[in-house]
Design a protein around this ligand. Structure first.
Ligand SMILES: Cc1cc2nc3c(=O)[nH]c(=O)nc-3n(C[C@H](O)[C@H](O)[C@H](O)COP(=O)(O)OP(=O)(O)OC[C@H]3O[C@@H](n4cnc5c(N)ncnc54)[C@H](O)[C@@H]3O)c2cc1C
Length: 309
């Protein structure tokens, strides 16, 4: 099915970046459609709490995103539930192919975010959903009173470990370096926490179990010492990979989309924002800033196009 109406803007992704772009575009009176493949809200909707979004008291990610969506709906946001599989340059417009048909749009904003990087060790795939998890908010409850491993040492790993301490007996943080890369405030809380034990300079080599996880085998990369940590769960927080398979323009080696300072990609009329972009910081606040700027740039792009005859 081809939707013949020519949109001013098609936004891919309903996370904080996409919703912000939508608010700015709709207030600029652009005919806008947002296409989202799962549920609105993006990755932050899975986070138990967000404390660093300015002007908002600590709030769950889902609640914050409900506010974003409500605000966008108030300006007339229209959404479609579908997955985008291709963007093609059709000269005076972009053709966007989705699982629910094709769309024509003068501009496209890619706000498709990122997904969890997998560890790639034996047992990870086998026990996913049976002890291996990528979301403490979703699954932490299942490990009440038990011990778990968290793999990673960045901000998400540390913050999610602190969240897990509210329900589990103990969190073992397995980190390949000898110091954390998290925000200072989270580092201090984690380092002083009685329920958190650190396994520095260590990597997880396999996740073991029978019907569910019973332990994580790891190795100290400096001393070569091997150990098995007996736990019921393993939470993996080792970074993200971009949701950019459908994009054929310029990216970095990992697939994060290259943009200029106006959020323009190498494809004319196509902009990229937030976590999917080649950017040094992936946060709600940065996705929001990118979204506002991209909507402004897209409007400018439309105004500078020669009038169609
Ligand atoms: C557990 C956790 C805790 C976090 N804590 C914080 C925090 O405290 N503070 C903070 O600022 N940030 C935090 N972050 C990071 C923050 O969530 C991200 O930086 C932010 O969500 C990025 O927004 P985005 O709009 O770029 O993309 P996303 O939020 O990733 O949204 C992208 C959306 O696009 C959709 N999509 C993907 N591909 C397609 C496709 N082909 N077709 C259609 N739709 C598609 C996805 O389903 C998704 O809904 C956290 C992240 C996680 C996972």
């Amino acid at each position: 099915m081809v939707n013949n109406e020519l949109l001013d803007m098609l936004i891919i992704g309903g996370g904080p970046g996409g919703l912000t772009a939508a608010i700015y575009a709709l207030r600029g009176k652009l005919k806008t459609l947002l296409v989202e493949k799962t549920g609105m809200g993006g990755q932050i909707a899975l986070s138990a709490v967000i404390e660093n979004y300015p002007g908002v008291d600590p709030i769950s990610g889902a609640e914050l995103m409900a506010k974003f969506e409500e605000q966008a709906r108030g300006f007339g946001l229209e959404t479609e539930s579908a997955e985008v599989s291709a963007i093609e340059d059709a000269g005076d417009h972009r053709r966007v192919v989705t699982t629910d048909g094709e769309y024509r749009a003068k501009t496209v904003i890619i706000a498709s975010g990122a997904k969890w990087r997998k560890l790639g060790v034996p047992g990870e795939a086998e026990f996913t959903g049976r002890g291996v998890s990528y979301c403490a908010t979703c699954d932490g409850f299942f490990f009440r009173g038990k011990e778990v491993v968290v793999v990673g040492g960045g901000d998400t790993a540390v913050k999610e470990s602190l969240f897990l301490t509210k329900m589990v007996e103990k969190v073992h943080i397995v980190h390949r370096r000898d110091k954390l890369r998290a925000e200072k405030i989270h580092q201090e809380q984690a380092l002083a926490h009685p329920k958190i034990e650190f396994h520095w300079d260590s990597v997880a080599e396999s996740i073991n179990g029978e019907s569910t996880v019973t332990g994580v085998s790891g190795k100290n990369i400096k001393t070569g010492e091997e150990k098995v940590i007996p736990v019921s769960g393993a939470f993996i927080f080792i970074g993200v990979l971009p949701n950019s398979d459908f994009f054929t323009g310029d990216t970095d080696k990992q697939g994060f989309i290259a943009t200029d300072r106006m959020m323009a990609t190498s494809m004319p009329g196509v902009f990229a924002i937030g976590d999917v972009r080649d950017t040094p910081l992936r946060q709600v606040a940065t996705a929001v800033g990118d979204g506002a700027l991209a909507a402004y740039s897209a409007q400018d792009f439309i105004e500078k196009q020669p009038a169609r005859t």
